[in-house]
Design a protein around this ligand. Structure first.
Ligand code: AMP
Length: 191
């Protein structure tokens, strides 16, 4: 079993590299952003609550997102047998602590945190390009800058948190998609 957190700022390539990791290691993908966007599309109550935060570039409250994560884990026990890739979660220290507990209760743990490191100017460029291609509502310049600020304030402390646990693996997130994936594979295969 291989449980990985794919970690990095908005636009660092988490979703893209997750797609390749899922295929290569046969992992179950949990993207909390995708779960929220799906709820917004379906017009659920959760979607309505989440939309307000997402459109402002803010994080959805921890208690809500932790509940969602526990539910997704429980609903997909079979599919998650080989392991899980957590994409966009955890984003705060309380979320990381909750994740540790949820996994411990299920007899497992995080094996590695793959940190995609990309300079700020490149992140903005990528987010705006994605916005043009996918029409993601929060991929506009104003919200992107807010999301990066939220990342620096609330999410980036997780790097030190996982470094202390010896789980953080820094990956240079600049380069070709396949080149970056090779670096990740090398790191995980030697984990
Ligand atoms: P993402 O697709 O991962 O970039 O997430 C898009 C938006 O969904 C974020 O800007 C947050 O508003 C919300 N979101 C996704 N995952 C989380 C999380 N783990 N904690 C809080 N908010 C989240």
């Amino acid at each position: 079993m291989l449980n990985i957190v794919i970690f990095g700022a908005p636009g660092s390539g988490k979703g893209t590299q997750s797609d390749k990791l899922i295929e290569h290691y046969n992992l179950f993908h949990i993207s909390t952003g995708d779960v929220l966007r799906d709820n917004i599309r379906r017009g659920t109550e959760l979607g309505q609550i989440a939309k307000g935060f997402i459109d402002q570039g803010q994080l959805v409250p921890d208690a809500l997102i932790i509940d969602i994560l526990a539910q997704v884990l429980d609903e997909n026990k079979e599919k998650a047998q080989e392991g899980v890739i957590f994409d966009g979660f955890p984003r705060t220290i309380p979320q990381a602590e909750a994740l540790e507990q949820l996994l411990a209760e299920r007899g497992t743990q995080i094996d590695a945190v793959v940190g995609l490191e990309v300079p700020e100017e490149e992140l903005i460029k990528r987010i705006l390009l994605r916005g043009q291609m996918s029409g993601r509502a929060d991929d506009n310049e104003e919200t992107a800058r807010k999301r990066l600020e939220v990342y620096h304030n609330q999410t980036s402390p997780l790097k030190a948190y996982y470094e202390e646990q010896g789980k953080y693996r820094a990956i240079n997130g600049l380069g070709t998609i396949d080149g970056i994936f090779e670096l990740i594979k090398e790191t995980l295969d030697n984990n």
